[in-house]
Design a protein around this ligand. Structure first.
Ligand code: GDP
Ligand code: MG
Length: 596
């Protein structure tokens, strides 16, 4: 297709504002998917995506659309809407010339509406403001058209009003996309340059890489090379998705499609990288490649220790499809063999864990998530800590923790509440703006560690679900952080060590010692449970002694019954972990880590 007839666009929106549903309607109206083959959220192919109703991996579809008798090719790129996947969103945006900015007509602008709009503006995209869900009785299209027009600049009458559910206004939106989104421009005679904006592993075909061609042509059978790694491959297949993969004779300037080279690991075909011809390579890569950086770490252990090799295999397989997944083996006194896994954020953690349990049939326990700490010792040594139990014990000069810039949108009645929450979490206010009379944007710097646990839940519950949050990494800061250890009869239980702010150390100590006291069974002797910073004990509980003589229950006589009991006890011991001389059932650790 000639570049003048191509329009590349994406739909950006806050989560649940109806992106996937609108994409469904477009597929139907353009005839790409027949009505009877249609199912909700057609593009969300992973089971987890469908169940949770969220989009994790981006997808691109080509749709024909005629305006005034001229056929055009629209390439729609569906993007994930969650903060954990911002990097994927920004790569998808870089593949487009225009963005449909979708806002729920019953909700108005939310934090991710803004975050995505800013990303789109950084990529110089033409923004088409659209209100969705106008079929809802609670919709206030006039009010929010004004809010949206204020935000993007322009007239409220220019804001399109649609319903992804009923299809109302969607044809007009497709026309508007052809009219407003600029056609792609590129140099057809230059060496090929195509940007990778997504890359997925398919069991049968290996890695399928989604690209947007900027200059030149890519053709089947030629050798290509990845500019960041210099790895080269033969192009076994190239084509467009509409909505199933259709091989073509090549892709030219402005086109969006997929390629297959037979590689088996998505890390050989990385999002953000530039593809060029091996024979006639481009000199400059397309801008902006960066490796996804894990922000949150957690220990993952099989509940049954004999599943360890299966867990390792499962992680190796998942990594084929998730370039952001990082892991290293680790061992824990309490939990045995497992892995320290790095994630983009909490949602990423939950999704990985759920996929491991569901797709690989594993039963897992994860330790409390933590961020990465940079520690400088007094002798100048630098240490990176991804596991709290490895926090150095020596003389520490400085500890630095990652911080984020957070944007919170809230109805004005909750401003005080939200400020209170941010203060509790060591936030520093950067600014505050009224977007309209009753909607306020608050900007804060917050330690990432204070956000990764229950910040979002707290924000939602304290504002009755009305506030929304978005954040981006913003370097690090020094902080007064200490490691709190939990000791059973003087022995450290590694899985419960935590790095916390000095002012919150006592609370953590009291909470964990109390919890363990409830869970650990009595022993033959008294067992102290302590929380300590270095050698200083800050909280203490005691498990009282108990004489546990099971044989006393069988009065004399029945030898076989006695033997059975002894054997049963021996079985039980296998599931026990020894911390010093204290025997603790592994289940107790699991309960302590999973409750609350
Ligand atoms: P996404 O997270 O932006 O992809 O949002 P989805 O497309 O998954 O939609 C979120 C929810 O809103 C789903 O329950 C949809 O059925 C519903 N929804 C989407 N569009 C409309 C609409 O136009 N009208 C109504 N009433 N509901 C909609
Ligand atoms: Mg979606």
């Amino acid at each position: 297709t000639a570049p003048e007839l191509i329009r590349n666009f994406c739909i950006i929106a806050h989560i649940d504002h109806g992106k996937s549903t609108l994409a469904d309607r477009m597929l139907q109206l353009t005839g790409v998917v027949e009505a009877r083959a249609m199912r909700a959220q057609y593009l969300d192919r992973m089971d987890i995506e469908r169940e949770r109703g969220i989009t994790i991996k981006s997808q691109a579809v080509r749709m024909p659309w005629e305006l005034d008798g001229t056929p055009h090719a629209l390439n729609m790129i569906d993007t994930p809407g969650h903060v954990d996947f911002t990097y994927e969103v920004s790569r998808s945006l870089a593949a487009c010339e225009g963005a449909v900015l979708l806002v729920d007509a019953a909700q108005g602008i939310e934090a991710q509406t803004l975050a995505n709009l800013y990303l789109a503006m950084e990529n110089d995209l033409e923004i088409i403001p659209v209100l969705n869900k106008i079929d809802l009785p609670a919709a206030q299209p006039e009010k929010y058209a004004e809010e949206l027009a204020n935000l993007v600049g322009g007239d409220p009458d220019d804001v399109l009003k649609v319903s992804g559910k009923t299809g109302a206004g969607v044809e007009a939106l497709l026309d508007r996309i052809v009219e407003r989104v600029p056609a792609p421009v590129g140099d057809a005679d230059a060496p090929a340059r195509a940007m990778i904006f997504d890359s997925v592993y398919d069991t049968y075909r290996g890695v399928v890489t989604y690209v947007r061609v900027v200059d030149g042509n890519l053709n089947p059978r030629e050798r290509i090379t990845m500019m960041s790694t210099r790895a080269s491959h033969e192009l076994l297949e190239i084509g467009v998705i509409s909505p199933e993969p259709n091989p073509t004779k090549g892709l030219g300037v402005g086109e969006v499609g997929y390629l297959i080279t037979g590689v088996k690991d998505v890390r050989q075909s990385k999002v953000g990288d530039t593809v060029t011809n091996l024979a006639k390579p481009a000199t400059d890569a397309l801008g902006g490649y960066s490796d996804p950086k894990p922000m949150v770490f957690s220990g993952l252990y099989p509940v049954d220790g004999s599943d360890y090799p299966d867990l390792r295999d499962a992680l190796d397989k998942l990594k084929l499809n998730d370039a952001a997944l990082n892991y290293e083996p680790e061992t824990s006194v309490a939990l045995g063999f497992g892995f320290r896994v790095g994630f983009l954020g909490l949602l990423h953690l939950e999704i990985v864990r759920e996929r491991l349990e569901r797709e690989f049939n594993l039963d897992l326990i994860s330790t409390a998530p933590n961020v990465i700490y940079d520690v400088t010792l007094e002798d100048g040594t630098e240490v990176k800590v991804t596991n709290p139990s490895e926090f150095p014990g020596g003389k520490i000069k400085e500890v630095r923790e990652p911080v984020v810039k957070a944007t919170i949108l809230t109805p004005s009645e909750f401003v005080g509440t939200v400020m209170g929450l941010c203060n509790e979490r060591r936030g520093v206010q950067l600014g505050m703006d009224y977007l309209s009379e009753d909607r306020v944007e608050l900007r804060y710097t917050l330690p990432l560690a204070e956000i990764v646990f229950d910040f979002f839940d707290q924000l939602k519950s304290r504002t009755r679900g009305y506030a929304s949050l978005d954040y981006e990494p913003s370097g690090e800061q020094t902080a007064d952080l200490v490691k709190v250890d939990i000791l059973l009869q003087g022995e450290q239980v590694d899985a419960f060590s935590a790095i916390v702010h000095r002012e919150k150390a006592y609370d953590y100590g009291v909470l964990m010692t109390g919890k363990l006291k409830e869970i650990i069974p009595r022993q033959q002797f008294e067992v102290p449970i302590q929380a300590a910073i270095g050698a200083r004990v800050i909280a203490r509980e005691t498990i009282r002694a108990m004489r546990k003589d099971v044989l006393a229950k069988c009065y004399g006589g029945d030898i076989s019954r006695k033997r059975k009991l002894l054997e049963k006890q021996k079985e039980g011991k296998k599931r026990m972990k020894n911390i010093g001389s204290v025997e603790v059932p592994k289940d107790a650790f699991i309960a302590a880590l999973s409750s609350d």
